[in-house]
Design a binder for this molecule. Structure first.
Ligand SMILES: Nc1nc2c(c(=O)[nH]1)N[C@@H](CN(C=O)c1ccc(C(=O)N[C@@H](CCC(=O)O)C(=O)O)cc1)CN2
Length: 286
């Protein structure tokens, strides 16, 4: 059976490090890192994620500024709020929870955030920095995937890595991060022909396709590391709901290491957001 790589445990360690960094910034420079979190509407999963982000920020000593706007909020109103936060010196990180209601263009909103406060790493400037070798703020879920891989992979150079999923939030940035570590990276998606045979060659599989149980046990090379980013809520016949990943967890017998769902990549996303807030606060107050 594969080893289980628990993201909640790794995330907890990262949160301890962030707590120490916050304390040092406060003691040495009188700076309290500030994170603004914007939630538009009442999407239930987004409510959960925002609540967790705010709770974790408080736990590590980051000051948070919560902005909850009604679902019918117009784009101009949201852009005006972002402009105010961009010029607020107490705010070092700005996060707009996605998805946004359909009357608002996510691209316009994300592009309006000051790139130096863009703790989600979604602004084109940060995307550009990532694709040209770093220095910017890196999206939280891909960063979390790499930290998990660092726990179990000692040498990345030359390893075959397959990314399943081509989203701007996970698939593309994680592929760039793996490339930066000199893996040979194949980016695939749910329309890739004969996906199974590509995955079978991989030492590292990062699956972020939003397709429950897409990666089957016999797709995985013996000893491979499988990072499962998928989180889908499914309701079984008895009416119970549970979270299911993009890898068939019960079939991962001959994988070397797999991340669980829940308790894998998800908690890392939130811990990395806190890490990015410290990074932004340090850069903005240097
Ligand atoms: N502005 C952003 N919006 C969204 C992002 C993002 O990184 N920035 N990512 C996702 C949602 N997300 C964070 O916002 C997120 C998803 C899942 C988890 C998590 O901890 N999941 C748990 C299970 C949670 C549950 O019980 O439902 C787990 O995997 O253990 C954290 C954050 C889309 N939007």
């Amino acid at each position: 059976m594969a080893d289980i790589l628990r993201g909640d445990v790794v995330a907890q360690r990262l949160c301890h490090r962030v707590t120490a960094q916050v304390e040092r910034m406060r003691a040495e420079r009188g700076v309290v890192p500030g994170l603004a979190v914007i939630l538009v509407g009442e999407d239930p999963p987004s409510e959960v994620y925002v609540r967790r982000k705010l709770a974790k920020a408080k736990q590590v000593g980051i000051r948070s500024f919560e902005h909850r706007l009604p679902a019918e909020t117009g784009e101009a109103e949201l852009l005006a709020l972002i402009a105010r936060l961009n010029s607020d010196a107490a705010v070092h990180g700005i996060l707009v929870q996605l998805p946004l209601p359909e009357q608002i263009s996510a691209d316009k909103v994300l592009n309006a955030i000051d790139p130096d406060k863009d703790v989600d790493g979604f602004h084109p400037v940060n995307v550009g920095r990532l694709s040209t070798g770093g220095g910017g703020l890196v999206p939280c879920t891909p960063l979390g995937c790499m930290m998990l891989l660092d726990e179990v992979v000692s040498e990345f150079r030359g390893r075959q890595a397959v990314v399943i999923g081509k989203s701007n939030i996970v698939g593309k940035p994680v592929a760039l991060l793996l490339l930066e570590r000199e893996c040979t990276v194949t980016v695939t998606h749910i329309h890739t022909v004969d996906l199974a045979s590509i995955v079978r060659k991989a030492d590292i599989v990062v699956v972020a396709a939003g397709a429950p149980r897409l990666v089957r046990g016999d797709w995985v090379k013996p000893g491979a590391v499988v990072i499962d980013v998928g989180i889908t809520r499914v309701t079984s016949e008895d009416g119970r709901t549970r979270l299911v990943g993009d890898a068939a967890a019960d079939e991962m017998d001959h994988a070397g290491v797999v991340t669980p769902v829940p308790g894998g990549v998800g908690p890392m996303t939130i811990a990395c957001l806190l890490g990015n807030t410290i990074k932004a606060a340090q850069a903005l107050t240097a």
